[in-house]
Design a protein. Structure first.
Length: 257
């Protein structure tokens, strides 16, 4: 029996479905998500409503309890405006944005963390592709640091360029992780990072709202088996780096005149 569903998706996904129309390779399948590699090499996901809202995903209106995605078998195919996985037919009827929005500047009360990003090229060479699973921990950490760009206005241009250059090499990391890194370099991310960004910027008398920060951190760290911890740690590194730039700028301003 054919199962029909609508979905929402970001503009990136719609563009890639149109460019990569034709047979697709199913590279991962779970109750909450299916990952497909298109003919162009781009990776998109079909996500249930209770899945992590990845920036490469078509988001269904059904939960995994209502529509478990691991039950669909058979060939996959991309078409303009949708895709198929076995007997599942998904049509995108609405767009949503996956772009992370500016939160402000991180508050002063942040933990001191070692900064492995003094050299973008060295950091990417040491981290990209390091770890196991569909999204290696090193890649998740890089995605977290890249998120400091749109969230805090930090300059991550050198890091983003180094990531793109490294990803131009074949088989550096998994197909799924490669796509998520490219979207992170473009300023996209998951909603949990957006909430953590807000928590790191909201303060009362120079101190963060500890309850909100703890809740936001918990949401991030619950992503995947270990992905969330690496993502959150990367964002903290990015926040600390943004604070250091602010401090240097403040000292320079104070010394003028």
């Amino acid at each position: 029996m054919t199962v029909l569903s609508s979905a929402t998706a970001p503009g990136f996904v719609l563009a890639e479905l149109a460019r990569g129309a034709g047979p697709a390779e199913l590279i991962g399948q779970f109750r909450t998500a299916c990952y497909l590699r298109l003919r162009t090499g781009a990776v998109v996901a079909v996500l249930t409503a209770d899945a992590v809202r990845l920036p490469i995903g078509l988001v269904l209106p059904w939960t995994s309890g209502q529509l478990p995605l691991d039950r669909f078998t058979g060939p996959a195919r991309a078409v303009a405006g949708g895709l198929t996985v076995g007997s599942l037919r998904v049509t995108v009827t609405e767009r949503h944005s996956a772009a992370l929005a500016y939160c402000g500047r991180p508050v002063a009360a942040l933990p001191e963390l070692a900064d492995p990003f003094t050299s973008a090229d060295a950091a990417v060479a040491g981290l990209l592709g390091r770890g196991s699973g569909l999204t290696p921990a090193g890649d998740d950490l890089l995605c977290g640091v890249l998120a400091a760009g749109p969230l805090f206005g930090a300059d991550v241009s050198e890091l983003a360029a180094a990531v793109r250059d490294r990803l131009a090499e074949n088989r550096v990391t998994t197909s799924l992780s490669r796509q998520l890194l490219l979207r992170a370099a473009a300023g996209d991310g998951v909603p949990q990072l957006q909430r953590l960004g807000h928590a790191l910027c909201s303060a009362s008398q120079g101190q963060p709202d500890r309850a909100e920060l703890a809740a936001a951190w918990r949401q991030v760290t619950e992503i995947g088996h270990s992905s969330g911890v690496a993502l959150g740690t990367g964002l903290l590194v990015g926040a600390v780096r943004a604070r250091r730039v602010d401090s240097v700028a403040a000292v320079g301003t104070a010394g003028v005149g």
